[in-house]
Design a protein around this ligand. Structure first.
Ligand code: 1HE
Length: 256
């Protein structure tokens, strides 16, 4: 159900259950977890994408109808564990979105750090119409990205939004022509993979935590992370490389 490929320093995880629109079953979540753990051990950045016409149709509804309340809670907690492995892991995650990015599919995308959509992508949270609620971390992550008012609207009305709207709503950071999302996500991931590991770790682990802190606490913690990272041997070498004109300059937009 999951394809895995290592392209240089970038691990590509493909959701591969196109006949069911990449709907995520319990076994599927387990396979995503194994692939994420493998990527953490051998890659410096990762990309998640979907095979077939859609990124992901969310929770496997066929499996869900047979669950007891406790099994449902445990299932949701499992999604949380796996998505948290990505969100607060060691490497940054990018996702390439096309077609349906729906329900749990949007929750998975929200657990990655940078989202790239092509023009065919559409986003919806049809949980309300199915008589259920988000369970893959959406009420925390997706709500934080787009804001509670928009998420409430999506969940109450079943509204579907296109890629351009999703970008305006901060659900995605890049919109590219049809069929180009994977290529763009891999390009961005490869670029992130050249950063210092410590900086990437701090960006994905410290930045969201600082957002959850009081302002003064956040500033205080920032000083420590900043000083700690700047005194690593890798930072020293990278700073020296710039001063000795061995490292690239910052490029103006469009010229990188
Ligand atoms: C599925 C699922 C699924 C498709 N679970 N089997 N998610 C949803 O409510 C979205 C439900 N899916 C759809 O609205 C549509 O399938 C799509 C818009 C995503 C794609 O449409 P289309 O025309 O390309 O495909 P299709 O013909 O609807 O579906 C093809 C097959 O996939 C069909 O099975 P078949 O045996 O009849 O061929 C569908 O039943 C099956 N399929 N989506 C199971 N989701 C952790 S909490 C998260 C909560 C949620 O994610 S709620 C949102 C659930």
């Amino acid at each position: 159900m999951v394809t895995y490929e290592l392209r240089g320093d970038v691990a590509l995880i493909g959701l591969n259950r196109p006949e069911k629109r990449n709907a995520i079953s319990d076994r599927f979540v387990g396979e995503i977890e194994a692939a994420v753990l493998r990527a953490r051990s051998e890659a410096r950045a990762g990309v998640i994408h979907g095979h077939g016409k859609h990124f992901c149709a969310g929770l496997d509804l066929a499996e869900h109808v047979q669950k007891t309340p406790l099994q449902g809670v445990e299932g949701s907690r499992k999604w949380h564990d796996v998505f948290t492995l990505m969100e607060f892991g060691r490497i940054p995650w990018f996702c390439a979105l096309h077609g349906a990015v729906v329900g749990g599919g949007l929750e998975l995308a929200s657990a990655t750090h940078v989202r790239v959509a092509d023009e065919t992508a559409f986003f919806a949270l049809p949980e309300g119409t199915r008589g259920i609620f988000v369970g893959g971390g959406g009420s925390v992550r997706a709500a934080r990205l787009m804001g509670v008012a928009r998420m409430t609207d999506m969940m109450l009305t079943g509204r579907s939004v296109d890629a351009e709207t999703a970008e305006r709503w901060n659900l995605v950071q890049y919109v590219v022509p049809e069929g180009r999302a994977l290529e763009k996500a891999v390009e961005l991931a490869a670029r992130a993979a050249t950063n210092a590991d410590f900086s990437n770790y701090a960006v994905i682990n410290a930045l969201p935590r600082i957002q959850a802190m009081a302002r003064d606490d956040g500033l205080f913690v920032e000083s420590f992370i900043s000083s700690f990272s700047a005194t690593t041997p890798e930072a020293e070498e990278r700073l020296r490389a710039f001063l000795e004109k061995r490292a690239g300059k910052v490029a103006a937009p469009g010229r990188s």
